[in-house]
Design a protein around this ligand. Sequence first.
Ligand code: AMP
Length: 282
Amino acid sequence: MTSPLRLAVPNKGRLLEPTVGLLRDAGLVFDARERSLVSRCENFPLEILFARTEDIVEFVGDGVADMGITGGNLLEESGRTLEVRAELHYGRCRLDAAVPSDAPAQGISDLEGCRIATSHPATAERFFRGLGMRVEIVPLSGAVEVAPRMGLADAIVDLVSTGSTLLVNGLRSVGTLLSSQAVLVAGPGADGPANEVVTMLQAVVDGREQRYVMMNAPLARLAEIEALLPGLGSPSVVPLARGDMVAVHAVVAADEMWGLLGRLRGAGASGILVLPIELLIR
Ligand code: AMP
């Protein structure tokens, strides 16, 4: 019997919940209550290996797992060339350079010659070397934002999502080194069942960004309504018992939905229903 595919996922931290949510939304049934090291899916030949977010790239690179979910920033920091099979649209953050609010620096180029504290030393080294800048990197494993106050560094390179941690610590961003989100990575040998996992997870990610819209429309204004609905190809038009009306079904980007509703009503649409899409397989 061949061993099942193994997917490494975060066992704690901010990527844990959204990752478990993604797998469950894809219909995978598994036990994550005990935070057991390995959980076997009940309905798919897949083993889920719960591991430290920082270790997942290593695990996939070394073949301990066939695939993994981790932050794009950690893949970049590792320097490994694993294949990114899907971008998962959560865990979004930026790796920003920041200085104390009262420092004169306004942009990245003003950091020439600075001591820069970071938990992403390899990424920072590569970035500044790429710009032909000389900086001194001070590697830290945590509490990077307090380094300037402690006199350890002139600036930091750290992960930022809302910017509130920078603000609380009297820091100001001067530029972005990298934009990141959670990614699904695969090792070199991952094919067959791995492709199925990619399709499953991608279908959830794509479905989350779209809505299924149904409405009634006067037949006479159908062309006007169709022109408002780009969606996935052309909308479905279903005849109704009343011959002068039709039902129109379409897929619409979730973030365009509210802007579109007023225009659809203006074009005569009524009884508009907006439904979530569980899976969208392109
Ligand atoms: P954690 O396990 O909670 O330390 O989070 C690990 C990963 O979450 C990071 O490597 C990033 O990929 C992602 N992340 C998203 N937003 C942030 C943020 N504001 N600070 C740190 N990590 C973040």
